[in-house]
Design a protein around this ligand. Structure first.
Ligand code: G
Ligand code: G
Ligand code: MN
Ligand code: NA
Length: 251
């Protein structure tokens, strides 16, 4: 509870920031970025998002944090033309996703900033199916009507049922980095990644490989049809200023 209070204060007192990790196509061109929340506590320093996101998710505080995040990201999208920054991905927790008014909120924030909703990628995890597949599909369809793009994050680590995939209105799958990191060492993870890529191709869903840390992993993925990449091999998450420099360099 103490931490929750500190986090509320952090939001009010401007201790939160956003790190951006570029996403690249097969030619090395930056096609977007993932926005990741950061918290620098005045005394304790950087607090891991694994820790503070989990605490925020215990209450509606996560809704406030992600609303702040969406506001910032839509602001950035409106400031940068689509040829400089085609898209931005934002993580949305299941608690926020199932909140009444979530779709209305997104409609409002994209509308007030005058951005094309298709430039916003909403990253969800398999936990959105916690209340059942039908509820999740219904909510996702409402988002699709607004025009935002939908990605399934950490794919392969949750439910891991492939059957539901065809019922979800997804634009993108993000292969969890645990599979990518074992590509060199582990034959079975290579098989899993190949299967995910083949399946996504059949379903017409884009795949982003996360956690790409070396060239061997990139080459393996590329040879099997992966076209979108994110990971330390290319860029680490970085402050907005650096991200904008990088984008300016590329144009
Ligand atoms: O950012 P890494 O850089 O350490 O992020 C750790 C975890 O925190 C990841 O699983 C990431 O998805 C999550 N995360 C970062 N920002 C947000 C956010 O705004 N909302 C949610 N739900 N998760 C976030
Ligand atoms: O769960 P989600 O995919 O949203 O989390 C993104 C997390 O992955 C962030 O913590 C980010 O810092 C981390 N990340 C991004 N690229 C790499 C990578 O190449 N290697 C590792 N180990 N982590 C990465
Ligand atoms: Mn993510
Ligand atoms: Na992920």
């Amino acid at each position: 509870l103490e931490m929750e209070q500190a986090l509320r204060l952090a939001l009010a007192e401007d201790q939160l920031s956003i790190a951006f990790q570029p996403q690249l196509d097969e030619g090395g061109r930056i096609i977007g970025g993932e926005a990741l929340m950061r918290w620098q506590h005045p005394r304790h320093g950087w607090v891991s998002p694994e820790v503070f996101i989990a605490i925020a998710e215990e209450s509606d505080l996560i809704v406030e944090l992600e609303t702040w995040m969406l506001e910032r990201c839509c602001g950035l999208l409106s400031r940068l033309p689509a040829d400089v920054l085609p898209r931005l991905s934002v993580n949305i927790s299941v608690r926020h996703f199932t909140q009444p008014g979530f779709v209305e909120g997104l409609t409002w924030v994209t509308g007030t900033h005058g951005i094309d909703p298709a430039r916003l990628v909403v990253e969800l995890t398999e936990s959105i199916m916690i209340d059942g597949l039908e509820d999740a599909v219904e909510r996702m369809q409402a988002l699709k009507r607004l025009g935002v793009h939908l990605a399934l994050d950490d794919f392969g680590t949750g439910f891991s049922s492939l059957a539901y995939l065809k019922s979800l209105p997804l634009d993108e799958l993000k292969i969890d980095r645990s599979f990518v990191s074992n590509l060199d060492a582990d034959g079975s993870d290579a098989a899993i990644v190949e299967t995910i890529l083949a399946m996504a191709q059949h379903l017409g869903i884009d795949v982003v490989a996360e956690g790409v840390e070396n060239r061997a992993q990139r080459d393996f993925l590329l040879m099997r049809g992966c076209r979108l990449f994110q990971g330390f091999y290319f860029h680490r998450p970085m402050p907005l200023e650096d991200f904008e420099w990088l984008l300016a360099e590329r144009v």
